[in-house]
Design a protein around this ligand. Structure first.
Ligand SMILES: [Zn+2]
Length: 136
Protein backbone atom coordinates (compact mmCIF):
# COMPACT_ATOMS: atom_id res chain seq x y z
CA UNK A 1 0.00 0.00 0.00
CA UNK A 2 1.23 3.45 -0.91
CA UNK A 3 0.83 6.10 1.76
CA UNK A 4 1.88 9.63 2.56
CA UNK A 5 4.53 11.29 0.42
CA UNK A 6 5.16 8.05 -1.51
CA UNK A 7 1.88 8.49 -3.34
CA UNK A 8 3.15 11.78 -4.79
CA UNK A 9 6.18 10.06 -6.28
CA UNK A 10 4.01 7.14 -7.44
CA UNK A 11 1.71 9.55 -9.29
CA UNK A 12 4.69 11.16 -10.98
CA UNK A 13 4.19 14.45 -9.14
CA UNK A 14 7.58 16.11 -8.88
CA UNK A 15 6.64 19.63 -7.92
CA UNK A 16 4.24 20.87 -5.26
CA UNK A 17 3.72 24.44 -4.22
CA UNK A 18 4.16 25.23 -0.57
CA UNK A 19 1.20 27.30 0.58
CA UNK A 20 1.82 29.87 3.30
CA UNK A 21 -0.86 31.60 5.32
CA UNK A 22 1.28 33.97 7.41
CA UNK A 23 3.09 36.55 5.30
CA UNK A 24 3.53 40.24 4.65
CA UNK A 25 3.16 41.90 1.27
CA UNK A 26 5.71 44.67 0.75
CA UNK A 27 5.07 46.91 -2.24
CA UNK A 28 7.99 48.27 -4.22
CA UNK A 29 6.73 51.32 -6.09
CA UNK A 30 9.81 51.52 -8.34
CA UNK A 31 8.91 48.28 -10.15
CA UNK A 32 5.25 47.86 -9.07
CA UNK A 33 5.95 44.44 -7.55
CA UNK A 34 4.65 43.06 -4.27
CA UNK A 35 7.34 41.11 -2.40
CA UNK A 36 5.96 38.23 -0.36
CA UNK A 37 7.73 38.00 3.00
CA UNK A 38 6.89 34.70 4.65
CA UNK A 39 6.41 34.35 8.39
CA UNK A 40 5.76 30.61 8.10
CA UNK A 41 8.32 27.82 8.44
CA UNK A 42 7.80 25.48 5.49
CA UNK A 43 8.78 21.85 5.11
CA UNK A 44 9.25 19.70 2.01
CA UNK A 45 5.90 18.14 0.94
CA UNK A 46 7.80 15.04 -0.21
CA UNK A 47 10.09 14.24 2.71
CA UNK A 48 9.20 16.76 5.46
CA UNK A 49 12.77 18.00 5.61
CA UNK A 50 13.80 21.63 6.02
CA UNK A 51 13.72 23.99 3.06
CA UNK A 52 16.13 26.77 2.30
CA UNK A 53 15.74 29.68 -0.08
CA UNK A 54 17.09 29.00 -3.57
CA UNK A 55 15.98 32.08 -5.47
CA UNK A 56 12.84 34.02 -6.30
CA UNK A 57 10.62 34.54 -9.30
CA UNK A 58 7.80 36.80 -10.41
CA UNK A 59 4.25 35.51 -10.42
CA UNK A 60 1.46 37.37 -12.21
CA UNK A 61 -1.97 37.21 -10.61
CA UNK A 62 -5.16 38.37 -12.32
CA UNK A 63 -7.81 39.72 -9.97
CA UNK A 64 -11.58 39.40 -10.42
CA UNK A 65 -11.72 42.73 -12.26
CA UNK A 66 -9.10 41.55 -14.77
CA UNK A 67 -6.21 43.64 -13.40
CA UNK A 68 -2.75 42.07 -13.33
CA UNK A 69 -0.41 42.32 -10.38
CA UNK A 70 3.09 40.87 -10.10
CA UNK A 71 4.21 39.18 -6.88
CA UNK A 72 7.80 38.17 -6.16
CA UNK A 73 7.70 34.72 -4.56
CA UNK A 74 10.50 32.58 -3.19
CA UNK A 75 11.60 29.23 -4.56
CA UNK A 76 12.72 26.86 -1.83
CA UNK A 77 15.01 23.86 -2.16
CA UNK A 78 14.80 20.80 0.07
CA UNK A 79 18.03 20.12 1.95
CA UNK A 80 17.37 16.37 1.78
CA UNK A 81 15.77 15.45 -1.58
CA UNK A 82 16.79 18.63 -3.46
CA UNK A 83 13.29 19.15 -4.91
CA UNK A 84 12.36 22.76 -5.57
CA UNK A 85 9.06 24.23 -4.36
CA UNK A 86 7.58 27.63 -5.01
CA UNK A 87 6.22 29.33 -1.91
CA UNK A 88 2.77 30.78 -2.57
CA UNK A 89 0.67 32.97 -0.28
CA UNK A 90 -2.74 31.35 0.23
CA UNK A 91 -4.63 33.83 -1.94
CA UNK A 92 -2.82 32.58 -5.07
CA UNK A 93 -4.01 29.34 -6.68
CA UNK A 94 -1.24 26.80 -7.40
CA UNK A 95 -0.20 26.72 -11.08
CA UNK A 96 -2.92 29.22 -12.01
CA UNK A 97 -2.62 32.91 -12.49
CA UNK A 98 -5.96 33.85 -10.98
CA UNK A 99 -6.36 34.82 -7.36
CA UNK A 100 -8.26 32.37 -5.17
CA UNK A 101 -11.05 34.93 -4.68
CA UNK A 102 -11.76 34.56 -8.42
CA UNK A 103 -11.58 30.78 -8.67
CA UNK A 104 -13.27 29.66 -5.46
CA UNK A 105 -16.70 31.29 -6.12
CA UNK A 106 -16.77 29.71 -9.59
CA UNK A 107 -15.97 26.30 -8.15
CA UNK A 108 -18.87 26.84 -5.77
CA UNK A 109 -21.02 27.78 -8.80
CA UNK A 110 -22.09 31.05 -7.21
CA UNK A 111 -20.33 33.34 -9.68
CA UNK A 112 -20.36 33.69 -13.45
CA UNK A 113 -17.92 36.59 -13.43
CA UNK A 114 -14.64 34.67 -13.67
CA UNK A 115 -12.37 35.72 -16.56
CA UNK A 116 -10.77 32.24 -16.60
CA UNK A 117 -11.47 29.70 -19.32
CA UNK A 118 -13.17 26.43 -18.42
CA UNK A 119 -9.89 24.51 -18.75
CA UNK A 120 -8.35 26.79 -16.13
CA UNK A 121 -11.20 26.13 -13.74
CA UNK A 122 -11.01 22.37 -14.26
CA UNK A 123 -7.24 22.45 -13.72
CA UNK A 124 -7.66 24.40 -10.51
CA UNK A 125 -10.32 21.95 -9.34
CA UNK A 126 -7.95 19.01 -9.82
CA UNK A 127 -5.34 20.77 -7.69
CA UNK A 128 -7.64 21.67 -4.83
CA UNK A 129 -6.89 18.56 -2.74
CA UNK A 130 -3.24 19.65 -2.60
CA UNK A 131 -4.21 23.23 -1.96
CA UNK A 132 -6.43 22.39 0.99
CA UNK A 133 -4.09 19.71 2.33
CA UNK A 134 -1.47 22.41 2.78
CA UNK A 135 -3.87 24.72 4.58
CA UNK A 136 -4.96 22.36 7.34
ZN1 LIG B 1 12.45 16.85 0.35
Amino acid sequence: MIVGQDILTHLGIKKIMVIISHYELIFNSSNNIFYVKSNDVSYCPFCNCCLSVKDSKNRTVISDDGRKQIYRIRRLICQSCSKIHSELPNFIQPFKHYGSEVIEPVLDEVSDQCPAENSTIKGAFLLLPYYYADNK
